[in-house]
Design a protein around this ligand. Structure first.
Ligand code: CA
Ligand code: CA
Ligand code: CA
Length: 473
C-alpha cells in the first residue's frame, strides 16, 4: 500500500503587511491618563513625568528643559531627572537605592500634586512574551488566534509557553533550507529506501532534505495519479508547528519547539516500513543499521495516510513510540468520508485530526467520524515552502489546505502544553487536548471529535491532572 500526503493546493500567496499603529494624545486628554494607584513595587522603574507647560500651547510658555523641569520639582527630596524622553516627558527616579514601596508612593504622590505636573506614570517593566508581532505574515495566520475559529496559541504565548524544550518529529517529505525554519530544525533522517522515489541517488541516509516530489505523468508512480509540482509538504507542516519568531514571514503555533524532520515520502508517496521505522527512530528507539536519534521527539506529526484499516505494523510502531513517550498526531484524511476507513487515522491510541475552515465548519474535504478525536484549522494555512516547481529554488510561503495542515496545528498545541507540563504522558497529553477542546463554531456532519483544539484552554487545565478522559478502557 502506498501512503500519500493529505493536503490540497489552494492558492499560493506572498503576503507581507506591516502593522499600522497610530494614536494621538491630545493636550486636554493627557490628564485623564493619571492613575490613582501605583502598581506593585518591582513592576516599574522610576516615573515618567509630563509638565503642564509642554501641553499648554495657548499660554505660549516655553517648553521645559531639564533645568526648568528640575526647578519645578525641586521641592521633592531624593529624586533625580535621568533624561528627557522622546514622548516629551522626563524619566525621574529615586536617588535611594532599592527604593521601598512607601518611598515610591511618596514620590508618586508629590509629583501628582505638583502644580507644574500634568501626568505621572510608572515606567512599567514589560516581560518578554513570545507574541510575534514582528513576523509580518502574522495577520495571515488566522488559525493561531484567540477567536471562535483559531487554536488560540496567542494565549499560551502570553502566559509564557512557546514550545521550549519540546521536539516534534515531522514524518513527511523532508525539509527545505528556509530562513523561517532553519533555527528550529534538528538533524533528522531520510528513511526513503527507494533511490528513485527519493531523488537523492541513494537509499536511507542522514540528509532529510526534500529533493522535490514533482511528477510529470499520470502513471509515473505505477498507479493512476495526477502529475503535480513539488509540494514541499513537510516544510509547510513543519512551519505550522514551529516557524521562527523573527521579523520575516509567519510564526508557528509553538515557535520555540524544535522540528525533527523524518523524510519518508518521496515522489510516489511512502511505504509502511519506511514510515514506521521513521517513527521508531524519531522517538529514540533503535532501527537496524542506523545510529540512534540523539534528540527523541515527544510528539510525532503524521500528515499522511492511505486507505484501509490500521495494519499490525503500524499499530505496533504506534504502541512502541507511545510507550517510549511520544504522542502520535495524525491526519484524518481528505476523502470527505468516515476516517475509520483510513490509516493511520483509524489506528488505536493516535490523536486523529479533522480540518475546519475559516468559519468553523468541517472543511469540505475533511474525513470525519468516530475515530476523529479533534479538529483544527485546515484551510488557507500560511506556511513555509520552496518556490521551485521541481527542485528547490529558494524559500517562500504559501497557503495550503488539508487535514495535513490541521494536524500540525494540534501538534503545535501539544508542544505548547508539554512545554508547560513536560512530565505528561502521551495519553495525558491526548486527554488534556480532548477534554479542553471547545465546541466548533460551525457544523460538522459526521463528527469532528471533541471539537476545536484550544491552546489557552489546554494550558489552563495543564496542571498535571486529567480533568476527565474520553477513554472507557
Ligand atoms: Ca536517500
Ligand atoms: Ca536524502
Ligand atoms: Ca517568522
Amino acid at each position: 500500500m502506498r501512503i500519500i500526503k493529505y493536503f490540497l493546493f489552494s492558492f499560493f500567496a506572498f503576503s507581507f503587511s506591516s502593522p499600522v499603529l497610530s494614536s494621538e494624545i491630545t493636550v486636554n486628554k493627557i490628564s485623564s491618563y493619571q492613575q490613582a494607584n501605583l502598581p506593585k513595587n518591582g513592576t516599574y522603574d522610576g516615573f515618567i513625568v509630563y509638565f503642564k507647560d509642554d501641553f499648554n500651547n495657548a499660554d505660549k510658555k516655553k517648553p521645559t528643559t531639564e533645568k526648568t523641569a528640575a526647578q519645578k520639582i525641586s521641592s521633592i527630596k531624593n529624586i533625580v531627572i535621568e533624561r528627557k524622553i522622546s514622548t516629551g516627558g522626563y524619566l525621574i527616579k529615586s536617588t535611594l537605592k532599592n527604593s521601598q514601596e512607601a518611598e515610591n508612593k511618596r514620590i508618586f504622590n508629590l509629583l501628582r500634586k505638583n502644580p507644574e505636573v500634568i501626568l505621572v506614570e510608572p515606567n512599567l517593566i514589560f516581560r518578554a512574551t513570545v507574541l510575534p508581532d514582528n513576523d509580518p505574515g502574522f495577520s495571515n495566520l488566522w488559525g493561531l488566534k484567540n477567536t471562535a475559529y483559531g487554536v488560540n496559541a496567542v494565549t499560551a504565548w502570553d502566559s509564557g509557553y512557546s514550545g521550549t524544550g519540546i521536539t516534534v518529529a515531522v514524518i513527511d517529505t523532508g525539509i527545505i533550507n528556509h530562513p523561517d525554519l532553519n533555527a528550529n530544525v534538528l538533524p533528522g533522517y531520510d528513511f526513503i529506501s527507494d533511490a528513485v522515489d527519493a531523488r537523492d541517488g541513494n537509499g536511507r541516509d542522514a540528509d532529510p532534505s526534500d529533493e522535490g516530489d514533482w511528477t510529470t505523468s499520470w502513471f509515473e508512480c505505477g498507479f493512476f495519479y495526477p502529475p503535480s509540482d513539488s509540494s514541499w509538504h513537510g516544510s509547510h507542516v513543519a512551519g505550522t508547528i514551529a516557524m521562527v519568531d523573527n521579523t520575516i514571514g509567519g510564526v508557528g503555533v509553538a515557535p520555540d519547539a524544535k522540528i525533527l524532520p523524518i523524510r519518508v515520502l518521496g515522489k510516489c508517496g511512502g511505504t509502511t516500513i519506511d514510515i514506521t521505522e521513521g517513527m521508531l527512530w524519531a522517538a529514540g528507539l533503535s532501527v537496524n543499521g542506523i545510529t540512534n536519534n540523539p534528540n527523541p521527539a515527544q510528539i510525532i506529526n503524521m500528515s499522511l495516510g492511505g486507505p484501509g484499516s490500521c495494519s499490525f505494523t503500524e499499530q505496533s510502531a504506534i504502541n512502541s513510540v507511545i510507550a517510549k513517550g511520544a504522542v502520535v498526531i495524525v491526519a484524518a484524511g481528505n476523502e470527505n468520508s468516515d476516517a475509520s476507513g483510513y490509516s493511520p487515522s483509524s489506528c488505536d491510541k493516535v490523536l486523529s485530526v479533522a480540518a475546519l475552515d475559516e468559519n468553523g465548519n468541517r472543511a469540505s474535504f475533511s474525513n470525519y467520524g468516530n475515530t476523529v478525536d479533534l479538529s483544527a484549522p485546515g484551510t488557507s494555512i500560511y506556511s513555509t515552502i520552496d518556490s521551485g516547481s521541481t527542485t528547490p529554488q529558494g524559500p517562500t510561503y504559501g497557503n495550503y489546505e488539508g487535514t495535513s495542515m490541521a494536524t500540525p496545528n494540534v501538534a503545535g498545541v501539544a508542544a505548547l502544553l508539554l512545554s508547560k507540563e513536560p512530565t505528561l504522558t502521551p495519553q495525558e497529553v491526548m486527554d488534556h487536548l480532548i477534554s479542553s477542546a471547545k465546541p466548533i463554531a460551525g457544523t460538522c456532519s459526521g463528527g469532528c471529535g471533541a471539537g476545536l483544539v484550544d491552546a489557552g484552554l489546554a494550558l489552563g487545565s495543564g496542571d498535571g491532572s486529567v480533568l476527565f478522559s474520553d477513554s472507557f478502557e
